[in-house]
Design a binder for this molecule. Structure first.
Ligand SMILES: C[S@@+](CC[C@H](N)C(=O)[O-])C[C@H]1O[C@@H](n2cnc3c(N)ncnc32)[C@H](O)[C@@H]1O
Length: 392
């Protein structure tokens, strides 16, 4: 597993010796969000000179760092939401987990060009727990702030009062960065993965589930995990969508991420789960290498977000994939007439790719306090409405 000479791993093994094994979720929480060594908190590790997202020396690309296409399409979606909300005097645009702040920067630019009546009513809030990323966002958005746009930062949705927001709460690749529990169905029932230590090295061990919430999560979604299957459970995502529902008075929640419905999540091709580690564009399934210097992610269970959302007042508007979302919002108009070799056409092809981002990324929309039967981004849908429904 991990070479025992990393100071971060030594710190973890000491913690395990003093307090006992960590659930995998706790290990992942530390690996990504430990104040001193966590991957996101240090901006990709202490020795990193460049950002871990996009560009040279990075670990992975995201849609916003590829091109402003997603931002342009999202502004079209925002315009429709604004209209349905009756053009409120203040339209909250909340981005959660904004990374470098590229998406919001490009959305403001697009608003200025295409939606000039919306721009002065926007009140932007960036929810970011990492000081390293917050600094990058502040630099990326400095010109807009100087121009007088209302932009503020919070560490956590906790900082926002109940039912205080009217507008849109948006995230791209936030939920896949939440810590997950890893469970496996054994002959005798559900088991949970723990991280323990041998000397200064990390080791895995299966044990009893740390909380009954893990079994409840599966039964609420009517998932019967077959014997021998491993999967991830994000209790953090459940907590998060409840917080989102708490702060939203009227508007739409747009969640963009890699992911599946509950049934597809446990399909035979995902028998070993979806946990992945990314380092310099190399993908691995070993989370114990380069702890604090590689990204760890697990695909999102969209049924869980929809199901929990319904319990706390968010109506599921619908689910689609990135390809259909961008097509519904007129991506063809954005590339019409452009040279086939141009960066905009190349980026569009990558975002739409049927065996790539176009289908692995899903978009879940949920709403409250607003009359919508559907929204423009959901016009083309590869799924039927019942796809997120559970048997209950
Ligand atoms: C994979 S990056 C995605 C960045 C950006 N949205 C993009 O698409 O390029 C995840 C982002 O979420 C932030 N993050 C993770 N957990 C968070 C939480 N609980 N609250 C707020 N931000 C969080 C990370 O610091 C990082 O900025």
């Amino acid at each position: 597993m991990e070479a025992p000479d990393s100071p971060f791993v030594k710190q973890m093994t000491t913690l395990i010796r003093e307090n006992g094994p960590l659930t995998f979720a706790r290990f992942m929480e530390l690996a990504l969000y430990d104040d001193e060594h966590g991957y996101y908190m240090t901006g990709g590790g202490p020795s990193r000179e460049t950002s871990p997202i996009g560009g040279e020396g990075s670990d992975f690309f995201t849609a916003p760092c590829l091109s402003p296409i997603l931002a342009k399409c999202l502004v079209r979606q925002l315009a429709e939401i604004d209209e349905r909300l009756g053009h409120p005097p203040v339209f909250h645009l909340v981005e959660m987990g904004p990374g470098e702040g590229t998406l919001l920067r490009d959305m403001l630019q697009e608003c200025q060009e295409q939606q000039p009546s919306l721009l002065p009513r926007l009140a932007c809030i960036l929810v970011e727990r990492s000081p390293a990323f917050r600094r990058q966002q502040q630099a990326n958005l400095a010109a807009w702030k100087e121009q007088g746009e209302k932009i503020r930062w919070v560490d956590d949705l906790e900082a926002i009062s109940d039912a205080s927001l009217t507008g849109t709460l948006l995230s791209n690749e936030l939920v896949d960065a939440f810590p997950v529990h890893r469970v496996r169905m054994g002959q005798d029932g559900l088991r949970e993965l723990y991280v323990t230590s041998r000397g200064h090295a990390l080791q895995e061990r299966w044990g009893e589930p740390s909380t009954p919430e893990l079994s409840s999560f599966l039964s609420e979604l009517d998932v019967e995990l077959p014997v021998g299957f491993t999967t991830e459970i994000s209790l953090e995502a459940v907590k998060w969508i409840k917080q989102v529902a708490r702060v939203l008075d009227r508007g739409v929640v747009i969640t963009i991420d890699y992911g599946h419905t509950a049934r597809d999540y446990v399909a035979p091709e995902r028998k070993n789960g979806t946990l992945m580690a990314y380092y310099r564009h190399t993908v691995s399934t070993n989370p114990y290498q380069r702890v604090g210097e590689q990204d760890l992610t697990a695909h999102v269970n969209f049924s869980s977000l929809a199901h929990t959302g319904e319990q706390v007042g968010l109506t599921t508007t619908g689910l689609t994939n990135l390809q259909h979302f961008l097509m519904s919002l007129g991506i063809d108009e954005l590339v019409r007439g452009c040279d086939q070799e141009s960066t905009v056409v190349q980026a569009a092809a990558q975002l739409l790719r049927p065996h790539g981002m176009g289908t692995t990324f899903k978009i879940l929309m949920q709403h409250r306090g607003i009359v919508v039967s559907t929204l423009r981004g959901l016009r083309h849908r590869p799924f039927f409405d019942s796809v997120l429904a559970t048997v209950h």
